[in-house]
Design a protein around this ligand. Structure first.
Ligand code: SAH
Length: 467
């Protein structure tokens, strides 16, 4: 497990003393970066290469022709060591640390108290990427990708937005209304005008849009979104977009941690369900909560595991919204049966084995497992059982009693599509015992049918199995 090794911060160094030890090419790179951020740079080195010499002559930097001594650092706001002498670099690091001055030593992460990351400059928008020293090439690769995604004019958009900030603040009373205004602006013709170089027209348009907007109370909206089975890569574009613009997120246990990471940081999070039978908010209360939040004007993300319309009670939730006249939209997700079967290498249909597939819930509303056994026992089909872990032994017995071969291949997949995916493959008669022995826990999906044997050949996904 990786944890964050450093807190990304943006430090204001304008007109403050920044000391660079070293006078070569590497030092030049660092000096250039510091000057970009308007640092007052002093270079300390016995000699300067020609580029630094030129900067000195242009009056861009100060220069102290000297070897390093700790007392030189007094009153610096940061220090960079960029010499080719490891002993000097280390001495700089030790001295700076002792004086509590942030220090960066080029190519020696262990000696640094800060690093600068790979930078994309669309000032006033600045993005810095760090791989915490693990993969600088990857960081640069990511940088190139982001560079190509962000037109240079994005900085100008931020600049113009800054000019209108006060005006917008005056017009809209709440941060929520302001955010909504800006989101509308950023999705509209204003951006196009800036991007196509018509900045004057863009300013005029923005002024008009502010004047025309109403700061009235608006009804919010509910986004009923399928978060998929766990792997965040399986989200839809629309799901991700709505996840990043909601005010509140109402979620339950099934939504994976990795998917939750992608919900807008500032959104209020409301947890409405632990595992089976434990402290789950009653469905009626969830329905009412969604309607109430939306009527307060919020954009409510109702985030569910898998697909909201497959064993997800999505239908019940939007019925209540309908009754209250709350606008909503439904975003399908990859349901567990799809995601889990793919990642377990078990095709749900196959020309030789299964021409149909049943999705069944193993947990009925009244707690029994009274299913349509005859339909489930038909040949040439695959049966997928959601929420069936508790009743697994009974389900298998009943199927055998209704004519399915005890040797029928069957599998249970825990936390499918995630790095914790576990798969137990067995036969109908031995499945429950094998699952108990392996200690599988919810969420787990059961797949029964001839197709399960295909896993032997088609298994492609190897989770990291970290705990
Ligand atoms: N709406 C969801 C299903 C909710 S019912 C969907 O479309 O997937 C909850 C059940 O889904 C769990 O008990 C389990 O059987 C199944 N499930 C959901 N995610 C799963 C996963 N990642 N791995 C295995 N089973 C999963």
């Amino acid at each position: 497990m990786y944890v964050m090794q450093a807190l990304p911060i943006f430090m204001n160094i304008a007109h403050r003393l920044c000391i660079v030890i070293g006078g070569g090419e590497v030092a030049t790179r660092k000096v250039t970066m510091l000057l970009k951020a308007q640092g007052a740079v002093t270079v300390i080195s016995p000699a300067l290469d020609h580029e630094l010499q030129a900067m000195l002559e242009a009056g861009e930097i100060q220069y102290l022709a000297s070897t390093f001594a700790p007392e030189q650092l007094t009153s610096a706001c940061l220090v960079v060591a960029a010499t080719d002498d490891e002993a000097v670099n280390e001495a700089v690091s030790i001295a700076a640390k002792r004086m509590n001055i942030p220090v960066n030593v080029v190519d020696a992460p262990a000696l640094c108290t800060f690093t600068m990351g790979s930078i994309i400059d669309r000032s006033p928008v600045v993005i810095a990427i760090s791989s915490e020293g693990n993969a600088p090439v990857l960081a640069r690769y990511i940088r190139t990708k982001i560079e190509s995604m962000l037109p240079a004019a994005y900085g100008r958009i931020a600049g113009i937005a800054g000019e209108f900030r006060d005006q917008v603040k005056e017009k809209f009373a709440t941060t929520q209304a302001r955010r909504r205004f800006w989101e509308r602006i950023l999705n509209g013709p204003f951006v196009e005008r800036v991007l196509s170089g018509q900045e004057h027209a863009a300013r005029q348009l923005l002024g008009e849009l502010i004047a025309q907007s109403e700061d009235a109370h608006t009804v919010g909206e509910v986004y009923l979104v399928g978060g998929g089975p766990g792997d965040p890569d399986l989200l839809t574009f629309r799901a991700l977009r709505l996840m990043q613009q909601c005010d509140v997120c109402v979620y339950d246990k099934l939504v994976s941690k990795e998917v939750m990471e992608l919900v807008r940081r500032d959104a209020e999070l409301v947890f409405v369900g632990k595992s089976r039978d434990q402290h789950t908010m009653p469905q009626e209360e969830i329905n009412a909560l969604l309607a109430r939040l939306a009527l307060e004007g919020k954009r409510v993300l109702r985030l569910k595991g898998g697909d909201p319309f497959i064993f997800g009670r999505g239908g019940e939730e939007i019925e209540t919204l309908m009754q209250h006249g709350v606008p909503f939209q439904v975003v399908p997700g990859i349901t567990a049966a799809n995601g889990v079967s793919s990642y377990a290498g078990i095709p749900l249909t196959h020309r030789d084995y299964a021409q149909a597939c049943l999705f069944i819930t193993g947990h009925l509303k009244d707690g029994t497992v009274d299913l349509d056994w005859q339909a489930m026992a038909r040949p040439n089909q695959t049966v997928v059982i959601y929420m069936g872990l508790v009743g697994l032994a009974e389900i298998c017995q009943q199927l055998i009693a209704h004519g399915v071969s005890p040797h029928m291949p069957a599998a249970v997949v825990q936390q499918g599509t995630t790095q914790k995916q576990r798969v137990v493959v067995s036969t109908l008669s031995d499945l429950a015992a094998a699952v108990a022995e392996a200690g599988l826990k919810p969420p787990s999906l059961t797949i029964i049918g001839e197709v399960v044997q295909l896993r032997e050949r088609l298994n492609w996904f190897t989770p990291m199995q970290s705990d």
